[in-house]
Design a protein around this ligand. Structure first.
Ligand code: ATP
Ligand code: MG
Length: 562
């Protein structure tokens, strides 16, 4: 699959892979994307998806989708469904069927038995509290469990009884026998299996012992003969255990784990636990709320697969953690939509303008290009009528020269139409402007604003009688602090931007949008980019989500505050 950048990415991983292919160590590249189905995917996962699927594509290899489903109590079919949808929406397809670590449970169990027989694993009966004490600390070595020297026979017997459901949760665990004095805490006889009486979404009630992630992950990679197992830096300390597992059982292949830096974005949280909290506490409407950094949230917001992929490519693959400016993601969306989104006119806060010298029943079908540079995107007709709507923000009774819109007694050009002059303001009893009476100049259609008339500006409009009512949801960043989850004594929830959603119920859009399909994106001229909401919008009630403004207004705010 191609992307807009053209050139194939080059990074430390592409170099390793190329060297492995050149040396003949591998003849084909097999990567995998291994989500735990315990939440929706977010922008960080998009990075990992682009990397794993992208590398496979680049080297004509294969990429598996494998659910590492070892924690049934936190997982659900809803997440499994959404994860597949998100990957395909991004434009990737996994090799073969969807895979599940849980379908390897029997093999993993047999390998655990193999370890016991080789004296490499034992059943430990310390309470969780005792086990914590025996484990030691970062500065002190751990102590051997009194159960460490159980005989192979006893271990086999206890393990099979754990599997048969004879013991309570927490009574016994199976541990690897590695090194209680290792400076790496992950190597101090880590737990391989624990008892859990929970139903599993894939295996039902077949098992009451479940393998730990650190045991499951490397061995699942080995079963699938993954050549390059790519994960994020926090797993670096787990690599010795990864290698230990594949070195001590009879695996068909020995994958190698490589770590890269996770994607962190400012103004954004990307911990699934925290995202879930936002959903559970109803700060947002769901995992796919357009303010969420989830793939489905970004999709609903109007971000395109291409823009997300371009963004992931452009930030590169680093070996050290850093934070990327969310403005870079927003710029990638803006670039894509500027190039590809058709233009349209939408009036978000309508103010009626009556053109008193325009015949009452006349309707002119004016034409307008759908894109200023791309003729191929065609044109559309705009009905022009005596009564139109402009935005309330585009009119003032008095203003200085900087206000290049409509001012009482002055002229402005209506985009793709005529020049009008504001003659009179009508107000209600409370003094609010409810209507403006104008006159138009029939000789100005389609002429450049700089046609010698000194018309200050151009504003957008829609016909009052022919436009379509719409609800417009204006979204802004969900957090008003750049690092909402970086403070020790302040919870990330206290940095929620209270103005992240504003609903404009009475907007009007040009009639050509009446039949716009869900998920179609437009540039509303002078306002920004908007997408037809994929769930709530209907032909009877159009709903648009604001994807992003035309300019980066946050950059201005930040620059101004320094
Ligand atoms: P949790 O937040 O629950 O700890 P996770 O975000 O690590 O989970 P997984 O489902 O385990 O979620 O992740 C699947 C893959 O995506 C893993 O290989 C993980 O390394 C990668 N990944 C997760 N978050 C990021 C991120 N922010 N940047 C890049 N890759 C990520
Ligand atoms: Mg994880």
């Amino acid at each position: 699959m191609s992307n807009d950048l053209g050139a194939k990415p080059s990074n430390f991983l592409t170099k390793i892979i190329q060297a492995d292919l050149d040396s003949g160590k591998h003849s084909e590249v097999i990567t995998r994307f291994p989500p735990e189905p315990n939440g929706f995917l977010h922008v960080g996962h998009a990075k990992s998806i682009c990397l794993n699927f992208g590398l496979a594509e680049q080297f004509q290899g294969r990429c598996h989708l494998r659910f590492d489903d070892t924690n049934p109590e936190k997982e659900s079919p809803e997440y499994i469904q959404s994860i597949q949808e998100d990957i395909q929406w991004l434009g990737f397809q996994w090799d073969g069927e969807v895979r599940y670590a849980s379908s390897y449970f029997k093999q993993l169990h047999d390998w655990a038995v193999e370890l016991i027989k080789a004296g490499q694993a034992y059943v430990c009966s310390l309470t969780p509290e005792e086990a914590r004490q025996y484990r030691g600390t970062l500065t002190e070595p751990g102590k051997a469990s009194p159960y460490r020297e159980r005989s192979v026979e006893e271990n086999l017997d206890l393990f099979s009884r754990m599997k048969a459901g004879e013991f309570k949760e927490g009574e016994h665990v199976l541990r690897a026998k590695i090194d209680m004095a290792s400076p790496n805490m992950n190597m101090r006889d880590p737990i391989l299996y624990r008892v859990r009486f929970v139903e599993h979404h894939q295996t039902g009630n077949e098992w009451c012992i479940y393998p730990m992630y650190d045991f499951t992950h490397p061995l699942s990679d080995a079963i699938e003969e993954i050549t390059h197992s790519i994960c994020t830096l926090e797993f670096e300390d787990h690599r010795p255990l990864y290698d230990w597992a594949i070195d001590h059982v009879s695996v068909p292949a020995k994958p190698h784990q490589y770590e890269f830096a996770r994607l962190n974005l400012n103004y954004t949280v990307t911990s699934k636990r925290k995202l879930k909290q936002l959903v559970d506490e109803k700060i947002v409407t769901g995992w796919d709320d357009p303010r969420m950094p989830t793939i489905s949230g970004m999709r609903r917001r109007g971000f395109t697969p291409n823009s997300i992929r371009n963004f992931c490519d452009s930030i590169g693959v680093a070996k050290a953690n850093s934070t990327v400016d969310v403005g870079m993601l927003e710029a990638a969306i803006r670039d894509d939509l500027n190039e590809n989104a058709p233009r349209a006119m939408g009036v978000l806060r309508p103010l009626k303008l009556t053109i008193t010298n325009y015949p009452e029943s006349q309707v002119e079908e004016l034409t307008a290009p759908n894109h200023p540079q791309r003729e191929a995107l065609g044109q559309r007709t705009l009905p022009f009528t005596r009564e139109i709507f402009i935005d309330q923000e585009d009119f003032r009774e008095e203003a200085n020269k900087k206000f290049k819109r409509l001012v009482l007694g002055k002229e402005v050009r209506l985009r793709n139409a005529y020049v009008v002059r504001a003659d009179e303001v009508i107000k209600d009893e409370a003094g609010h402007i409810v209507e403006i009476k104008c006159t138009y100049d029939a000789d100005t259609l389609g002429k450049d604003p700089a046609d010698g008339r000194k018309v200050k500006g151009v504003i957008h409009w829609v016909s009052a009688t022919h436009s379509v009512p719409a609800e417009v949801r204006l979204y802004d960043r969900l957090f008003n602090d750049a690092t909402p989850d970086a403070y020790k004594d302040e919870d990330f929830m206290s940095f929620i931007n209270p103005h992240s959603l504003e609903v404009l119920a009475d907007a009007r859009v040009e009639p050509s949008l009446k039949t716009a399909a869900p998920e179609t994106t437009f540039q509303f001229e002078r306002e920004g980019y908007f997408v037809v909401d994929r769930y709530d919008s209907t032909e009877d009630k159009l709903i648009f989500n604001k994807t992003i403004g035309l300019r980066d207004t946050w950059a201005k705010v930040e620059a101004g505050s320094q």
